[in-house]
Design a protein around this ligand. Structure first.
Ligand SMILES: Cc1ncc(COP(=O)(O)O)c(C=O)c1O
Length: 443
């Protein structure tokens, strides 16, 4: 039995913990077996967590009754009509799977579907990759890009001598949490220059140049999120030379292969440069955007190792990471991907649909740029057409974003990032009006 005085003391301590935690801005989940007096749940002390900064935008959007509301927060492709898109080729693959009576729903192995793993490694590294030929690559199916990053992070925290990962500033909001919770220490390197709205290559090279030898470096393979700013081939080469000379470990996040340029090979170029030099690296792949398989959670983690023997030992340890986490991955999504990747006709059809999505996004960039020019909106908006991939990092500040949400019902993340994939010819004028009003009335 806890005495009343002890009970009061413990409640004070747990309240203090909650306040401290809120001050630090963390999610604030405090586990305690003690309820505050009068509470009717053992969880009475659980603090309400803030909404996810990206997914929370959609929550706010859904609550808005305005007929002109526009969600440019979440990175999901929409058609010209503003509707989610299921690729035709995905529907075809699903029909083939449904009609195949020999298919069963047994558990997959811990590492996932073998065909899917092999084809995924080929997609990102190239079918003729020497690393694949030499069996130096181990690939495991994971829960989309996020799960692949997490499994890679957990493996590194357990088996790699350096526990620090450098991520770009800024980066996709989930990176910090994924790697910190995996047990790595997260630091940032300079990436974006707000003045030029381009790459801060000098800052990047300086920061990676002073990182301790062996540090892990997270690189966006293409279509950097949120900035839409990618290094040029020459800059990639500079980064590669530095990373190799400092013996840093590259960890590629490839969430947009095919989305940046419309070419699967073109968007894999950065990764292939690093694998081409014979060095080791990690690659997290997602099929959320490029096959529109968002909710199916299909992805892969590939680890390119120095030898076939190391690769097979690494794989044996990856199984020990995965087994207690989710046992084994789902079967439907990777079956769709494997069906498409191994059939030449379906593969070709996919590349066309992918290119059409990429092209529509590029058209939206052009239309928005033209609309701002037509309105005489103050500022240089050429970054809208220079940036690459799903997002434009507009340069709008939080106050301007809040203004656009309040007055124009346009939803985006507070850093001014907009998803170009959520725009259409119909909605561009509304967005351009809102941006014009924001920059001319809100400082
Ligand atoms: C840079 C980056 N990495 C990884 C992901 C992971 O996405 P998913 O887990 O849906 O594949 C995203 C999604 O927005 C992203 O933008």
């Amino acid at each position: 039995m806890i005495s009343e005085a002890a009970d009061r003391r413990l409640n004070t301590i747990s309240r203090h913990l909650i306040v401290t935690n809120e001050d630090e801005g963390s999610n604030g989940v405090i586990s305690s077996s003690i309820t505050s007096s009068g509470g009717d749940s053992v969880f009475a002390n659980v603090v309400r967590a803030p909404e996810d900064p990206i997914l929370g935008v959609t929550v706010a959007y859904n609550k808005d009754p305005s007929p002109v509301k526009l969600n440019l927060g979440v990175g999901a492709y929409r058609t010209e009509e503003g509707k989610p898109l299921v690729l035709n080729v995905v529907r075809k693959a699903e029909m083939l799977l449904v009609n195949d009576r020999s298919r069963v729903k047994e558990y997959l192995p811990i590492v996932g579907l073998a065909d899917f793993n092999k084809l995924s490694a080929q997609l990102i590294l190239g079918a003729d990759s020497p690393a694949i030929r030499d069996n130096r690559v181990t690939t495991v199916q994971c829960l989309s890009g996020t799960g692949s990053l997490r499994v890679g992070g957990e493996f590194l925290a357990k088996h790699y001598y350096q526990r620090t990962i450098y991520i770009p500033n800024p980066t996709w909001g989930n990176h910090t949490k994924i790697f910190a919770l995996a047990g790595l220490s997260v630091k940032t390197y300079r990436y974006y220059d707000p003045v030029t709205r381009g790459l801060n290559i000098q800052g990047l090279l300086e920061d990676l140049g002073s990182a301790p030898s062996g540090s892990i470096v997270l690189l966006h393979a293409c279509a950097h999120n949120p900035t839409g700013v990618d290094p040029t081939v020459e800059q990639w080469e500079q980064i590669r030379r530095l990373i190799r000379s400092k013996k840093l470990l590259p960890f590629f996040d490839s969430a947009y292969q095919g989305f940046a340029s419309g070419s699967l090979d073109g968007d894999a170029q950065s990764v292939r440069m690093f694998v081409g030099d014979g060095g080791e690296c990690f690659i997290a792949q997602s099929y959320a955007k490029n096959m529109g398989l968002y909710g199916e959670r299909v992805g892969a983690l590939s680890i390119v190792c120095g030898s076939a023997d190391v690769a097979s030992r690494v794989e044996s340890q990856l199984k020990l990471v995965i087994r207690p986490m989710y046992s084994n991955p789902p079967i439907h999504g990777p079956s769709i991907v494997a069906t498409i990747l191994k059939d030449r006709n379906l593969y070709n059809e996919w590349t066309l649909e992918l290119k059409a999505m990429a092209d529509r996004i590029i058209t939206m960039r052009k239309q928005l740029f033209d609309a701002l020019r037509a309105r005489g909106t103050p500022g240089d908006w050429s970054h809208i057409i220079k940036q690459i991939g799903m997002f434009t990092f507009t340069g709008l500040n939080t106050k301007q974003v809040n203004f656009m949400t309040k007055e124009y019902h346009i939803y985006m993340t507070s850093d001014g990032r907009i998803s170009m994939a959520g725009l259409s010819s119909r909605t561009v004028p509304h967005l351009a009006d809102a941006i014009h009003a924001a920059v001319t009335t809100v400082v």
